[in-house]
Ligand binder design. Structure first.
Ligand code: GAP
Length: 496
């Protein structure tokens, strides 16, 4: 776990991420990724794609434009309902997001309140402008989409997409036809989304341009349960917090079947288990740092019937924070697009004509990258980023022990060979200790050191990041050994 300053300072120092346009003082809500951050993010995305598209043979990755015309966003409800409550100071003009303003005073969450509710609370708690102590004006809804005028006259109104999901819904019919008319059909987009957040803050937690990885599963709610193997997960303990216990959230470890007994569809719970496995097994998060949090009717997004947030406990952000969500969106989107476009989006499967329902697995990529930087960073006698090896930007560091006696040349040739198979980085600058320290801080799981015995045919030194243990490996075996270590086929302590 790491403080906010630790995550930011590591990120800037080691090329992960930093505020965009910082040459000009930064640009609130926008972040750039450096050479290690771009790789970490890409590896997270690859693992996400492998995990979630691997859930069914009929799940695919697609792509769509990030600018959408107004009509589909009117149909989806975003033009009319995608708003936060804005409170503006009558004296200095500073703007605040209503629920955040209340949160800063009460230290409780206030999601889902109307402008009238917020005004009533502001009066009750006698809240003044945090900046100038001026009187706060009446609240109003503020639509979070970025509007655009397309074309030379700008009269064709459009928006930057507020979620990747709509791009999928607009392409559903074509993909359904091309993929031989089968349900469930999963279509995912990993791409940018844009929201004009009132108060961007907390690093990559609330950005104005960010990345989402979203899988839309089109299904028939009557038969979807038969398509998932719920029996295989029925006894898996799922960590959930109930909406009714919001004031004192506590994660319960309940068997998946107990969630079904409480009324959740078995196919929904099956996917909660798959998401939890992604976090606990693949991203290797400690169990107690992970939970699902149920949202009640007032809190959940306007398009959802069932909504659990995926939350990860992060010291840098002050506790459990949302990194994704599991959303049962019903036929809200396809029916909306059908009536606005006058296209029939109903399909016939197994002799039944239905508008498919959607289960959406939605993740914020930047929030997940930040969560890894927080949870995996250990700052004690040395600084180490304990990333799962698969996610590390650099898989193996290669060093000559000293910069003489032919060792740099040998290191160069070993590096050349390893680089053809792994993300390998050669470093000759500074002491060997400093080189290990640099690799530890960016999460490199293994380092190979070339020393004098290497030149005598006595192999290289292989060092493991977490234990700092070293073993000697024959030069001819080093690539194969690394391959098996990185795949998790062998453990380091079994090599010697
Ligand atoms: N398609 C559903 C959807 O967009 P959402 O809860 O609004 O649902 C999904 O967003 C995820 O996108 C969130 O769980 C979060 O991880 C990420 N996200 C949303 N707004 C964000 C922002 N302003 N900055 C960074 N990530 C954001």
């Amino acid at each position: 776990m790491a403080s906010y300053d630790d995550v930011m300072s590591l990120s800037v120092r080691r090329g992960f991420l930093w505020p965009a346009a910082d040459l000009y003082g930064g640009f609130a809500g926008f972040y750039d990724y450096g050479h290690n951050g771009a790789l970490l993010r890409r590896r997270w995305e690859d693992l996400w794609i492998e995990t979630f598209l691997g859930l069914d043979e009929n799940y695919y990755l697609i792509d769509s434009t990030t600018i959408l015309p107004e009509a589909p966003l009117k149909a989806s409800g975003h033009v009319d309902h995608f708003s936060d409550v804005l409170v503006t100071c009558t004296k200095c003009g500073e703007s605040y997001r209503g629920d955040h303003l209340l949160e800063s005073v009460t230290h409780e969450e206030h999601e889902g309140l109307s402008p009238e509710d917020i005004d009533a609370k502001v009066r009750e708690l006698r809240i003044r402008c945090p900046r100038c102590k001026g009187e706060l004006g009446p609240s109003r809804p503020f639509n979070m989409m970025f509007p655009l005028g397309v074309g030379p006259t700008g009269k064709d109104r459009a928006y930057l997409r507020p979620e990747t999901a709509q791009g999928v819904y607009l392409n559903f019919k074509r993909e359904f036809e091309a993929l031989r008319r089968r349900l469930p059909l999963g279509l995912a987009i990993v791409g940018r989304a844009y929201r004009n957040e009132i108060s961007p803050r907390q690093g990559t937690y609330r950005m104005r341009e960010f990345l989402q990885a979203e899988l839309q599963i089109f299904m028939d709610p009557e038969t979807f349960a038969d398509r998932v193997d719920f029996a295989s997960v029925a006894d898996v303990a799922v960590r959930v917090c109930w909406a009714a216990e919001k004031s004192k959230p506590e994660a319960h470890d309940l068997p998946a079947k107990a969630l079904v007994e409480r009324g959740l569809p078995s196919w929904y719970v099956y996917h909660l288990v798959q998401v939890q496995r992604f976090y606990l097994d693949r991203l290797q998060l400690p169990r107690e740092r992970f939970r699902f949090a149920e949202l009640d009717e007032r809190e959940r997004a306007f398009y959802n019937r069932v909504h659990f947030d995926i939350q990860v406990d992060q010291e840098s952000l002050g506790g459990f924070k949302e990194v994704g969500g599991v959303h049962y969106r019903t036929d809200h989107d396809l029916s909306g697009h059908a009536s606005m476009s006058r296209e029939n989006l109903a399909v016939t499967v197994d002799g039944r004509k239905i508008v498919p329902h959607v289960l959406e697995l939605s993740f914020g990529v930047d929030r997940n990258v930040w969560a890894l930087l927080d949870l995996d960073f250990v700052k004690a006698d040395r600084s180490v980023l304990r990333l799962p090896p698969r996610l590390a930007p650099v898989a193996v560091g290669v060093f000559p022990l000293v910069n003489k006696d032919g060792l740099p040349e040998k290191a160069e040739s070993v590096h050349r060979e390893l680089r053809a198979r792994f993300a390998a980085f050669r470093d000759e600058s500074g002491s060997i200790g400093k080189r290990y320290a640099r690799m530890d801080e960016i999460g490199t799981p293994f380092c190979v050191t070339i020393d004098h015995p290497t030149l005598e045919g006595e192999g290289v030194t292989l060092r493991e990041r977490d234990t700092q243990k070293q073993v000697r490996v024959r030069e001819a075996d080093v690539a194969a050994t690394l391959d098996r270590l990185l795949r998790g086929e062998i453990r380091f302590d079994t090599i010697a």
